[in-house]
Design a protein around this ligand. Sequence first.
Ligand code: FES
Length: 106
Amino acid sequence: MPTITFVSPDGTTHRVAAAPGASAMETAVKFGVPGIVGECGGGLACATCHVFVDPDQIGRTGPAADFEEEMLEDAETAPTPCSRLACQIRMTPDLDGLTLTIAPRQ
Ligand code: FES
Protein backbone atom coordinates (compact mmCIF):
# COMPACT_ATOMS: atom_id res chain seq x y z
CA MET A 1 0.00 0.00 0.00
CA PRO A 2 1.35 3.46 -0.84
CA THR A 3 2.45 5.45 2.17
CA ILE A 4 1.89 9.15 2.72
CA THR A 5 3.74 11.36 5.17
CA PHE A 6 1.56 14.25 6.32
CA VAL A 7 3.47 17.15 7.85
CA SER A 8 1.49 19.34 10.25
CA PRO A 9 2.13 23.08 10.34
CA ASP A 10 4.07 22.57 13.61
CA GLY A 11 6.37 20.05 11.92
CA THR A 12 4.81 16.91 13.40
CA THR A 13 4.78 14.06 10.90
CA HIS A 14 2.19 11.33 10.45
CA ARG A 15 3.11 8.41 8.18
CA VAL A 16 0.12 6.36 7.08
CA ALA A 17 -0.63 3.70 4.47
CA ALA A 18 -3.40 4.43 1.95
CA ALA A 19 -5.89 1.78 0.89
CA PRO A 20 -5.80 1.12 -2.85
CA GLY A 21 -7.76 3.80 -4.67
CA ALA A 22 -8.38 5.93 -1.59
CA SER A 23 -7.75 9.64 -1.79
CA ALA A 24 -5.13 11.33 0.36
CA MET A 25 -7.97 13.13 2.20
CA GLU A 26 -9.84 9.89 2.93
CA THR A 27 -6.60 8.38 4.21
CA ALA A 28 -5.91 11.34 6.52
CA VAL A 29 -9.44 11.29 7.94
CA LYS A 30 -9.35 7.51 8.43
CA PHE A 31 -6.18 7.77 10.52
CA GLY A 32 -7.22 10.93 12.36
CA VAL A 33 -4.45 13.07 10.96
CA PRO A 34 -5.12 16.50 12.51
CA GLY A 35 -5.67 19.45 10.21
CA ILE A 36 -7.39 17.68 7.33
CA VAL A 37 -11.09 18.31 7.78
CA GLY A 38 -12.58 17.03 4.53
CA GLU A 39 -15.88 18.73 5.31
CA CYS A 40 -17.58 17.99 1.98
CA GLY A 41 -16.43 14.38 1.88
CA GLY A 42 -14.43 14.85 -1.28
CA GLY A 43 -17.12 16.64 -3.24
CA LEU A 44 -14.78 19.46 -4.26
CA ALA A 45 -16.92 21.97 -2.41
CA CYS A 46 -15.03 23.04 0.70
CA ALA A 47 -11.22 23.30 0.31
CA THR A 48 -10.78 21.99 3.87
CA CYS A 49 -8.29 19.41 2.62
CA HIS A 50 -5.69 21.88 1.32
CA VAL A 51 -2.16 20.48 1.26
CA PHE A 52 1.17 21.46 -0.24
CA VAL A 53 2.87 18.70 -2.20
CA ASP A 54 6.61 18.46 -1.59
CA PRO A 55 8.07 20.58 -4.42
CA ASP A 56 10.30 17.67 -5.47
CA GLN A 57 7.20 15.49 -5.87
CA ILE A 58 4.76 17.79 -7.66
CA GLY A 59 5.71 16.09 -10.91
CA ARG A 60 4.36 12.82 -9.50
CA THR A 61 0.94 14.13 -8.50
CA GLY A 62 0.66 16.77 -11.19
CA PRO A 63 -0.61 20.27 -10.44
CA ALA A 64 -4.18 21.12 -9.50
CA ALA A 65 -6.72 20.85 -12.29
CA ASP A 66 -8.58 24.00 -13.38
CA PHE A 67 -11.70 23.27 -11.30
CA GLU A 68 -9.50 22.45 -8.30
CA GLU A 69 -7.59 25.72 -8.70
CA GLU A 70 -10.86 27.61 -8.52
CA MET A 71 -11.64 26.03 -5.15
CA LEU A 72 -8.10 26.70 -3.92
CA GLU A 73 -8.50 30.39 -4.67
CA ASP A 74 -11.11 30.49 -1.88
CA ALA A 75 -9.03 28.43 0.58
CA GLU A 76 -8.30 29.90 4.00
CA THR A 77 -4.55 29.60 3.37
CA ALA A 78 -3.30 31.23 0.17
CA PRO A 79 -2.43 28.59 -2.44
CA THR A 80 1.01 28.08 -3.96
CA PRO A 81 2.02 26.27 -7.18
CA CYS A 82 2.34 23.11 -5.04
CA SER A 83 -1.16 23.36 -3.57
CA ARG A 84 -3.58 20.51 -4.08
CA LEU A 85 -6.86 19.44 -2.56
CA ALA A 86 -6.06 16.13 -0.88
CA CYS A 87 -9.45 14.72 -1.90
CA GLN A 88 -8.33 15.00 -5.52
CA ILE A 89 -5.11 13.01 -5.05
CA ARG A 90 -6.00 9.39 -5.74
CA MET A 91 -3.38 7.14 -4.17
CA THR A 92 -1.77 4.68 -6.54
CA PRO A 93 1.35 2.54 -5.99
CA ASP A 94 3.49 5.03 -7.91
CA LEU A 95 2.69 7.69 -5.32
CA ASP A 96 4.30 5.66 -2.54
CA GLY A 97 6.36 7.93 -0.30
CA LEU A 98 4.37 11.08 -1.03
CA THR A 99 4.90 13.96 1.41
CA LEU A 100 2.05 16.42 1.93
CA THR A 101 2.27 19.45 4.20
CA ILE A 102 -1.07 20.45 5.67
CA ALA A 103 -2.12 24.06 5.13
CA PRO A 104 -2.15 25.94 8.46
CA ARG A 105 -5.75 27.15 8.09
CA GLN A 106 -8.50 25.09 6.46
FE1 FES B 1 -13.96 19.21 0.33
FE2 FES B 1 -11.61 18.23 -0.58
S1 FES B 1 -12.85 17.47 1.03
S2 FES B 1 -12.76 19.92 -1.33
